[in-house]
Design a binder for this molecule. Structure first.
Ligand code: G3H
Ligand code: 13P
Ligand code: ZN
Length: 312
């Protein structure tokens, strides 16, 4: 099947009590690892490309890698999505260049400006059969977590969501309920806790509307340990507890973004390989186990966190 939009995927996920995994791709091995796991588990998938990924690998290479995955995995629906589009121009370039979904992230702008830029992207995208994810609220960083009042200011305000969605016409909405990007999401010694009260209030106000969670890596401690054992230094790296993500997936959350976990698995595996084989220098020899470990990590997410295995 050709690349699809996320419309049907999200409808099924919403009513089925699961979420679709949105994994960031930057090179061939990562595309292969994700899509092989999804093919074997019969899971729908969103492959997403950031501005940084386009700068690193080049738009055309990434689109062609994803098109290769579509050919290799004909029985699962695959979405090609722009992650954190920062302007109308970036979104337009992806819409014109073969993506089936884009995110316009104007969440750092004032509310009215966020509406204005999001609406402009939606108009262009919908005219071209492409769907749009928008964001309201800013994801908390580690510093924000220790300051309760600043913390609160960063969460999505449920009272804004109806106006935002009706005025922009966006197809899904990323909200801030305590997740954050990167490998250091919560302060050590504190209890990670997502704000399910905000999620429930948002979904009450937006019935049947797909909600997105960014910053949802769980930062597997086995890979943090692997990195640290083999020459790395990532003390205190900690992620979102997987049972909380599973709970979110059973509610209105239809898309869960995971990137850092894949990076961690790749880096840990390659560090270990070099420590154990200091004489090796063929990239295929260290990329092969890295790809295999990413694949098994993605399989674990599909089955135990997202619940989307068997849903293609
Ligand atoms: O949320 C951002 C993603 O993890 C992509 O990160 O901008 O380093 O490619 P990146
Ligand atoms: P993580 O850093 O938690 O993997 O989040 C990725 C993400 O939200 C991409 O948009
Ligand atoms: Zn993100």
């Amino acid at each position: 099947m050709a690349l699809v939009t996320s419309t049907e995927m999200f409808k099924k996920a919403y009513h089925g009590g699961y979420a679709v995994g949105a994994f960031n791709v930057n090179n061939m091995e990562i595309v292969q690892a994700i899509t092989e796991a999804c093919r074997e588990e019969n899971a729908p998938v969103i492959l997403q490309v950031s501005k940084g990924a386009r700068a690193y690998a080049n738009h055309t290479y990434l689109v062609k890698l994803v098109e290769a995955a579509v050919i290799e995995c004909p029985n699962i629906p695959i979405v090609l999505h722009l992650d954190h589009g920062d302007s109308f121009e970036t979104c337009k370039s992806c819409i014109d260049g073969g993506f089936t979904s884009v995110m316009i992230d104007a969440s750092s702008k004032p509310f009215a400006e966020n509406i204005e830029i999001t609406r402009k992207v939606v108009e262009y995208a919908h005219d071209h059969g492409v769907v749009v994810e928008a964001e309201l609220g800013a994801l908390a960083g580690v510093e924000d977590e220790v300051n309760v009042s600043a913390d609160h200011a960063h969460y999505t305000r449920p009272e804004e969501v109806e106006e935002f969605v009706s005025k922009t016409g966006c197809d899904s909405l990323a909200i801030a309920i305590g997740t954050s990007h990167g490998a250091y999401k919560f302060k050590q010694g504190t209890k990670p806790q997502l704000r399910f009260d905000i999620l429930e209030e948002v979904s009450k106000r937006l019935p049947e509307f797909p909600i997105v969670l960014h910053g949802s890596s769980s930062v597997p401690q086995e890979y943090v340990e692997m990195v640290n054992t083999y020459g790395g230094a990532m003390p205190g790296a900690i992620g979102v507890p997987e049972e909380q993500l599973r709970h979110a997936a059973s509610l209105a959350v239809c898309k869960i973004n995971i990137d850092s976990d894949l990076r961690l698995a790749m880096t840990g595996t390659i560090r270990k390989f070099f420590a154990e084989h200091p004489d090796k220098f063929d990239p295929r020899e260290y990329l092969k186990p890295a790809r295999a470990n990413i694949k098994e990590l993605v399989r674990h997410k599909l089955v135990n966190v997202l619940g989307c295995n068997g849903k293609a």
